[in-house]
Design a protein around this ligand. Sequence first.
Ligand SMILES: [Fe+2]
Length: 191
Amino acid sequence: MADGTHDPTYTVPSMTAENGARVADILQDRLNSLTDLHLTLKHVHWNVVGPHFIAVHEMLDPQVDAVRLMADDVAERIATLGGVPQGTPGALVAHRTWEDYHLGRATTIEHLGALDEVYQGVIAAHRQAAETTAELDDVTNDLLIGNLRELEQFHWFVRAHLETAGGELSTAGATSEIDAARQAREAERTG
Ligand SMILES: [Fe+2]
């Protein structure tokens, strides 16, 4: 079918078409997540204000570029497996299981607090996908592990702004981007 919902008729050698389709489905969710992430990081790049503006503004562009490359690699793995990567905004919004990023113009510390939550969500789902694909396809597993190495480093870049010298995160216990942003702002004000 032209809408891309069909199962692949072939996949990489030594895998069944059924498992190829399963891995492609897992990767489609990761593609949605990475596309969402690089767009969100650019949105933050445009909307941060206040002290440390230039440091955070410039920190984010290399992350945007790296995450775009990850999305490209994941999409091409879906095609390699015989699947049809869905890269349109409409497909992303229709299938994602998370909400759109909540902050517009806000201070650097608020965006960093919210990005801590964003990275936690992306990384947890990526780790789950890596675990599932470990049994199905080593190459896909390796791809996701490679993504995680960079994603977790970027997460640390964000968290290092939210951390005390004692190693505590101002966003600890937050369950939403809004809460994390508020906690980060309060900690900066009282710290
Ligand atoms: Fe820019």
